[in-house]
Each structure stands twice: as structure tokens, then as C-alpha cells.
Ligand binder design. Structure first.
Ligand code: GLA
Length: 787
């Protein structure tokens, strides 16, 4: 008996600490002016981390880094497409082990905010939606499409099956669950948002606090009465102004910025993005001094492994592999000066206690330069083709990712004929009888190439590489491959002869490790000499490298073209010679002591097959030949003699302003001429800009292009004029300091429209730099006089 009692007591002793740390049931709710955790006032200090972007063996260390920073919560997205790669096949293992991650947060005494979408944005492929949804061609994404809702429900059930028992009410760490994501930047549809809410209620129970996040300018559009509302905005923003409207409509609501952007993401062919640490720290200090909760997006960004990076829109701006984000914890988990400075500030708000110790960092190593010694050239190793009279997209071939080659024959054509591909998603290379003709880069809006004279029956190859699907705005329904048609046009005197090409052979090259290893015959790279362009053949390159001491490193691909990299079977990500990213983060946990295998599918061909493992990343090495500005050297715009359609002056301060034309004017081109600034300085800046038609509707901005801007600040930053319509209120067009007024931007609306009014959003900072005072607007059916 004594024995039994003793072992019972032992059991109880083992149980007690765990039970004391976390009550069996708890509560989290939005009280009057504050959150309440188990009835006590609580300020959420959340670190945004995305577990699939961090190597699983490093999860615990990264969570501890956030805790040591002074955070009390981890905010995370659940990426639907990484959990359900094929319809009905769920994966919650390894990098996708959501439950393990949430449990690790709990073990580290961190609360969790769960954001299961279904759409998440996040610069992630298709904003987290699975590509296979597009197999239903007419699907209405993020709307009340019955098939879409049915699949969302199944996904959310699966998520709840993993972590539904880990809500605070069940004694777990999950304090809140987010409904959809910034729906205001997509549309107005309360019924749809309500459906997502109801699904979450069904799957997570009625005790969990549900919330929405949006921008201060649009949160009312879809705000549901029974949900908690939070605002998203970036460092530097005027915080009082961001919450002003919410305070008016819900005076008792606790305040939370659920995405306070620490930095920003990088796009191929654009400058590396950074944001000042001082602005971030001032913002957090201000919020905490006012008892405002926040999530720091990103506290640690991590990596878009493999093909998971998304692309931004309007336009097409694919994101790079690194998601460093200029966050306090770098892509590879190194603590930056931003981290240490922020930690000092957060220490002030730690209830007088000492911050937890910083965990040991993971050591970086160098790997001496090595070369990839084998290649399987692409065109000598094509898979079995399919045959189709008409063109089909990648999705119609049940292919989600990778490349696709479309092959057909041409009619006889005179020199100077034009090939039109509308559209190739995303990077096409065209060959006639094996000769390279040119490329069509969707980023640059390229659709046409001039062909040499060809004989009837010449072989046309269009090799299309898919990049990430668009993750933002209405363009997320982003099919890959060729999405329209291909025509050739031959000039014949006064008339052109146009013919649509048919009868295709189609070669699908799905992006998987198995595809590349099984592609065909590998030969020594030494058997090939570089072509006139200095490149070795397009194809799959293979090699091995030795590691003596395992550690984190950065593989340098500066001499390679464009493609995808695998190391020891792990998908490491995309490379592209244009930069700004030139290295890929190679976590030591995926390396082995001794020999490691590397595989590169290079769709352009490398100039040299060498790679070295560096100790520091190269994220800021842009090698583009096309200027980032919209004005050629010496070019000027002459508006002389034209009558403005509208003359007016904006008032100072933050927030949207609208001005109507005395009467609507038809036109395709608009010139907005800023005459002077509110602060009397020389700088003009515009965060967002809309044209409203005669019916009061905002024009769709997808077809817009900047024709001309007198001055654009692109010196190490991305403040070109297209930022006026990039659907991001925190990025902006800015002129170069020292360039005098007037400043002018010309936009091509894509087609003739009725211009009834303009809407203008200045910068978000309290001091509103570059706020425009007097302006003139010109509208014209023809382009302006640019010389
Ligand atoms: C929004 C989205 C996030 C992310 C950021 C930009 O706030 O909600 O998913 O895309 O923008 O990094």
C-alpha cells in the first residue's frame, strides 16, 4: 500500500508543475480597452514567424530568440498549399508539422496567434492557396464559390484536427484565430468573410477569439460586428492616425497592430529593401507606452524554399528566395543590430523582470569553392511529349510548378515577321530550329519577338518557366505556361498576314528533385564549350562538395543564370543572375559531414559552374541593365499650351483625399503635375493613387503603366512612380531630393476611360514628407509631348 501511495505521489509531483504553468482551461478576450488573459489585462507582444520558412531543427532556437527579445506571443500563418500539395492529400509532417511548432511555442511559454487564411498573402505562392484549385478554370477564389468554400472547410477541419485542442480554452497557447486576411485590399464581400468566420467557429469552437486584420483606410468595408478588428501598417506610420477611425467606431476596443512591418520583401530585379531600425523601435515604444498590442511582421522572415516565393501585382513582380525582410533576426537566424536595439526597448515593458537569456547562435562556416562536374542538357533530354491541337495551361496538364516546353512548326515567313505570345507566364525563351531568338519576360510586359526568315516547317520552341503565382490583389488567379494564344504576323505590303499557331507537342518538366535526377543522361561539363553568349547549355547540373565542419553557409551562384537549386534533395530555392539576391541560405542542419550532393536546373545556362559557401549572404547585388526609372536621360515633357482638366490643392495631413473634375473627361493618358509641397520643400511623394470614373467607380489599375516621371528615387531604394499604384499604402513614389518642382508623372491607363475624379494618399508618417499642395491634372486620348 505504502508503495502504491508513494508512486502515486511521484506521479502527482511529475504532473503538478505542468498543470501549474498552464491552467487546464483559460480564456482570452477583448475586454474594455484591453485584452484579458484569464481575466487579467494583457498586452500582446507578438513575433511573426512562419514555420515552413525556418528549418525544422532550428524552430526551437528561433522561438527562444523571440522570447529573449521580450515577446510573449508567436503569430503565424498556416500556408494551405504547403499542407495540401494535392487535393485531399494533407501533410503535417517535418517542415509542415504545425502541431509540433505550436507545442514548441507552448513549451517556451509563448502564446500563439493562428492565421489559417485560407488566403494569407505573405509573399508566398498564390497567397497560400493551392494551385490545383485552378484546375476548375472558372473558380472564384476568395468568394462564395461552392467548390472553393468546400475545399476551405476541409482544410480548416484538417488544421483544427492538428491544433484545435491547443486553444487557451483547452489549456493550450492559441489565444486568437484570424478570419481571412486583409480582405479590404481584395474586395467587399461580408457574406464571404462571414462564411469563413462560421467555418472557423465550427472547427475551433465558439470560445476562441476571432479577429480580422485590415488597413485603417478600408477595415469597415468587410468588418463583421461580432469579430475583433486590428490594423496593419508599417514602421514610420503615424500611429494615432492609424487607430483614429477605429477609436471612433469602437471606442472601447483594445488596440492592436497585427502587422507592424519591420522591413519589406525583395523582388527580382529591384533594389534590396531595408527600413530604419529607429523608426521600428520608435513605433513599438509608442504603441507599448499606450498599451497597444502588436505583432512584429516579420520578427524573423526566413526563406521561401524551393518554388514557394510568390509574386506581387499590379504588374508581375516575382519575389526572391530570401525572406530576410530586414527583420531583427536575419534570414539565417543571426541577431542584427535591430534585434539588440529593440530588445533594449522591450526590456522596459517586461514588468521589471529580466529578459530571458539569448540562446546560442548557430555557427556559420565557409565552404571552399567547388564545381559542378556533370550536366544533362535540357534539349537532349526532353520527356515524352503530349499532343494538343490547342494550347493549354500548365494546370490543365495537372502540373503545378516547373517549366513547360511548347513545340510546333511554322509556316514560311519573310524576315521581320512577329511572333506574339499572349501571355507567357512567366519567363519564355523562344527558339527556331534550335537557334535562340529571344526571351519574353512577363515582369517587363514583353509579348513579341521579331523572327528571322523561316522556311515552312521550321521548328518553333517556346520554353516557359513558371515563377511564383501572384499572391496579392485580384491577379491571384494566375495560370502558368502559355495562357492565351500564339500568333505569327507577316508584313505583306499594306496588310499583315496573321496566323494562329496550332498542333503542339508539349513537354512538362515538373519541379521536383526526382524529375531532375531522372531527366536523362548526365555528361561531364568539360565536354561542352560556352556559346557565343558565354553560357554553357541549359540543363540540369550535378556535383558534390565536401564539408569538414557542418554549419550554416551561403551558396554563391553569381556565375549562374536562372533556375532552381537542390542540396541533398532539399529544395533550396530560385536563383536569377539579375539579383539583388546572389546567394542561397544553406542551413547546416541539412548538410552532412563529408560528401553532399548539389543539383541546379539552369534554364539560361551558367557562365561557370563554380559555387562557394560564403559566411555572409549577398542580398543586395542588383545587376539589371534596364533603368529602374521611367525617363530616359535628357528626356522632357512639354505640357505647354494644354489646358488642365483639373486644378486644385490638397490639404496637409495623413489619409485619403479626393478631388472631382468639373466634368468628366475622356482620356487614356493622365499627367499629374505637382506644383509645390505643403512643407515648402522640393520633394513630392505619393503612396497610392486612383482614378474614379464618371460612375464613381475606381478604375482597375492592372493595365496601368508609367510613361514618364520627371524624377524617381531609385538610388538603393524602390521609390519609382509605379509605387503609386502597387496597392501598398506603405510604399510610395518619391522624387529625388534636390530636384525642384514642378514634378510630373504620366500614366497610361491602358485604354480610353472617363476620368471623373482622382484619389490621392500621401505618405503615412506623421510629418507627411513630400505632401503635395497645388497640382494640375491633364487628361488626353493621345500621349503627351515627351521629347
Ligand atoms: C500584408 C499581408 C502580409 C504580407 C505583408 C507584406 O500585410 O497581410 O501577408 O504580405 O502585407 O509583407
Amino acid at each position: 500500500m505504502k508503495k502504491i501511495l508513494a508512486s502515486l505521489m511521484l506521479c502527482m509531483a511529475a504532473l503538478t508543475p505542468a498543470m501549474a504553468a498552464e491552467p487546464a482551461t483559460g480564456s482570452f478576450e477583448a475586454g474594455k480597452g484591453t485584452f484579458l488573459l484569464n481575466g487579467e489585462p494583457y498586452v500582446v507582444k507578438a513575433a511573426e514567424l512562419h514555420y515552413p520558412r525556418i528549418p525544422e531543427p532550428y524552430w526551437d532556437q528561433r522561438i527562444k530568440q523571440c522570447k529573449a527579445l521580450g515577446m510573449n506571443t508567436v503569430c503565424l500563418y498556416v500556408f494551405w498549399n504547403s499542407h495540401e500539395p494535392r487535393e485531399g492529400q494533407f501533410d503535417f509532417t517535418g517542415q509542415n508539422d504545425l502541431r509540433k511548432f505550436v507545442k514548441l511555442c507552448q513549451e517556451n511559454d509563448m502564446k500563439v496567434i493562428l492565421r489559417p487564411g485560407p488566403y494569407v498573402c505573405a509573399e508566398w505562392e498564390m497567397g497560400g492557396l493551392p494551385w490545383w484549385l485552378l484546375k476548375k478554370k472558372d473558380i472564384r477564389l476568395r468568394e462564395n464559390d461552392p467548390y472553393f468554400l468546400e475545399r476551405v472547410d476541409k482544410f480548416q477541419k484538417a488544421v483544427a484536427g492538428q491544433v484545435g485542442d491547443l486553444t487557451v480554452a483547452n489549456g493550450g497557447p492559441i489565444i486568437m484565430v484570424q478570419v481571412e486576411n486583409e480582405y479590404g485590399s481584395y474586395g467587399i464581400d461580408k457574406e464571404y468573410v462571414g462564411n469563413i468566420r462560421d467555418m472557423l467557429r465550427r472547427n475551433f469552437g465558439d470560445k476562441v477569439t476571432l479577429f480580422q486584420c485590415d488597413w485603417s483606410s478600408n477595415f469597415l468595408n468587410n468588418g463583421l460586428d461580432d469579430l475583433f478588428w486590428t490594423m496593419n501598417f508599417g514602421t514610420g506610420a503615424n500611429i494615432d492616425q492609424q487607430f483614429a477611425k477605429l477609436k471612433q467606431v469602437r471606442p472601447d476596443s483594445p488596440l492592436m497592430c497585427s502587422e507592424f512591418w519591420s522591413g519589406w520583401f525583395d523582388k527580382w530585379g529591384a533594389n534590396h529593401e531595408t527600413r530604419p531600425a529607429a523608426d521600428m523601435i520608435a513605433g513599438i515604444d509608442e504603441m507599448l507606452s499606450k498599451g497597444i498590442s502588436f505583432s512584429l511582421y516579420m520578427t524573423h522572415g526566413g526563406t521561401n524554399w524551393g518554388h514557394w516565393a510568390g509574386a506581387n501585382s499590379p504588374g508581375f513582380a516575382p519575389d526572391v528566395t530570401s525572406y530576410d525582410y530586414d527583420a531583427p533576426i536575419s534570414e539565417s537566424g543571426q541577431l542584427t543590430p535591430k534585434y539588440h536595439a529593440l530588445r533594449k526597448t522591450l526590456a522596459k515593458y517586461y514588468d521589471g523582470k529580466k529578459l530571458p537569456a539569448i540562446p546560442a547562435s548557430i555557427k556559420a562556416v565557409t565552404v571552399p569553392e567547388f564545381t559542378l562536374t556533370e550536366v544533362a542538357p535540357l534539349f537532349a533530354n526532353l520527356p515524352e511529349p503530349k499532343e494538343d491541337a490547342e494550347l493549354k495551361t500548365m494546370e490543365e496538364y495537372d502540373q503545378g510548378f516547373g517549366s513547360i516546353l511548347y513545340r510546333t512548326t511554322l509556316p514560311a515567313l519573310a524576315a521581320g515577321s512577329t511572333l506574339t505570345v499572349s501571355d507567357a507566364h512567366d519567363f519564355a525563351q523562344v527558339f527556331v530550329d534550335d537557334k535562340y531568338i529571344g526571351k519574353l519576360d512577363r515582369r517587363l510586359g514583353e509579348k513579341e519577338l521579331t523572327l528571322p526568315a523561316v522556311k515552312e516547317g521550321a521548328r518553333l520552341d517556346i520554353f516557359v518557366e513558371a515563377m511564383g503565382r501572384i499572391n496579392f490583389g485580384r491577379a491571384i488567379k494566375d495560370f502558368k505556361g502559355i495562357v492565351g494564344e500564339v500568333t505569327v504576323t507577316e508584313p505583306r505590303g499594306k496588310h499583315n498576314f496573321t496566323c494562329k499557331l496550332k498542333d503542339w507537342k508539349v513537354y512538362n518538366i515538373e519541379d521536383t528533385y526526382d524529375t531532375y535526377t531522372a531527366i536523362g543522361e548526365f555528361m561531364p561539363t568539360g565536354a561542352f564549350t560556352p556559346g557565343a553568349d558565354g553560357r554553357l547549355p541549359r540543363g540540369v547540373y550535378r556535383g558534390t562538395f565536401k564539408v569538414n565542419k557542418v554549419g550554416d553557409t551561403f551558396l554563391d551562384f553569381s556565375t549562374w543564370g536562372k533556375g532552381l537549386v537542390y542540396v541533398n534533395g532539399h529544395p533550396m530555392g530560385r536563383i536569377w543572375e539579375i539579383g539583388p539576391q546572389q546567394t542561397l541560405y544553406m542551413p547546416g542542419c541539412w548538410l552532412k559531414k563529408g560528401e553532399n550532393e548539389i543539383l541546379v536546373f539552369d534554364i539560361l545556362g551558367p557562365r561557370d559552374t563554380k559555387v562557394a559557401g560564403l559566411r555572409e549572404p549577398l542580398l543586395d547585388n542588383l545587376l539589371v541593365t534596364k533603368p529602374l526609372t521611367h525617363r530616359l536621360e535628357g528626356q522632357t515633357l512639354d505640357l505647354g499650351g494644354l489646358k488642365p482638366a483639373l486644378t486644385g490643392s490638397f490639404k496637409g495631413g495623413n489619409g485619403w483625399q479626393e478631388a472631382s473634375l468639373p466634368k468628366p473627361v475622356r482620356g487614356r493618358y493622365i499627367a499629374l503635375e505637382a506644383v509645390d509641397a505643403v512643407d515648402g520643400g522640393d520633394n513630392a511623394a505619393i503612396a497610392e493613387f486612383y482614378v474614379v470614373n464618371d460612375k464613381g467607380q475606381r478604375l482597375v489599375r492592372e493595365p496601368w503603366t508609367v510613361v514618364y516621371a520627371d524624377s524617381e528615387d531609385v538610388d538603393g531604394v524602390n521609390r519609382s512612380a509605379d509605387k503609386m499604384f502597387d496597392l501598398q499604402e506603405s510604399t510610395y513614389w518619391s522624387t529625388v531630393k534636390g530636384t525642384p518642382f514642378p514634378h510630373v508623372v504620366v500614366i497610361d491607363l491602358g485604354s480610353v476611360q472617363n476620368v471623373g475624379a482622382i484619389q490621392y494618399l500621401p505618405r503615412m508618417e506623421a510629418e507627411v514628407p513630400g505632401a503635395i499642395r497645388n497640382y494640375r491634372l491633364y487628361v488626353s486620348e493621345k500621349t503627351f509631348n515627351i521629347k
